[in-house]
Design a protein around this ligand. Sequence first.
Ligand SMILES: [Zn+2]
Length: 304
Amino acid sequence: MFLKRKMNDSTNNYSDKILKIKEKIGEADAVIIGAGAGLSTSAGFVYTGERFEKYFSDFRKKYGFSDMYSGGFYPYKTLEKHWGYWCRYIYINRYMDAPKPVYQNLHDLVKEKDYFVLTTNVDHCFQKAGFDKNRIFYTQGDYGLFQCSEPCHKETYDNEEAIKKMVLSQGFQIKDGELQKPENGEIKLTVPTGLIPYCPHCGKPMSMNLRSDQTFVEDDGWHQAAERYEKFIQDHKKQKIVFLELGVGYNTPGIIKYPFWQMTNTFEHAFYVCLNQSEAYAPEEIRRKSVCMNEDIGEVLKEL
Ligand SMILES: [Zn+2]
């Protein structure tokens, strides 16, 4: 009894949890990363405060919202205004690097392992940090892709050049990939009519390839990634497999969190790691096969 109690206490300790995670990843045949918004927050992709103010103070003054998400939902009256907002939003969250090397540290942790990434994040950070694109399944879309708003067909379109032209048209400069305001320069809140993207097939306006409603396009790449993910699970489910859940909240728990719990429970040699600043939790059924840490993910990854 005493021993058991002592062991339970010791696994609540920060450094013991770190050791346990190291041990489990070290001996794993496969690591499945499940990543949510909290991982990018830890990497410095913050949608409020200083970062919002730096790029959107003019929008705050004109429209009154005070975070980037709200700005994305605002019902702009024209497409010139709509893309005036979205081009900046996409550029800084998709084409600029995250302020902290959290994704790079995560890549260092798993790059020698057989790994796969399942993520609801749409900011492309995994690929930018060197993760193999054939080992990533972006379930909710990508800030880097346009689609037909209708949609009349199931293709997506790389938007890098179009987005760059839009931000440059507002008066921004791009230096070493960073978006910069010119000194004493005027920044426009709109884009010229000629830069508004339209569907090459039906001529309707393009929209972002993001799962916000039923118009979301699951293109060939999406379906191939879904199949690769399913095959990865089947190939490894009898082996030592670590489900490494990072920053997944309760907005869409059915995509990563609940399946991870279920598979950890079902697969004999599975282990569940949950890192989340404030919501790390594992249900009773899998608690002996889990480590949960309510810490900053970037800080924990440094230790691993
Ligand atoms: Zn179309």
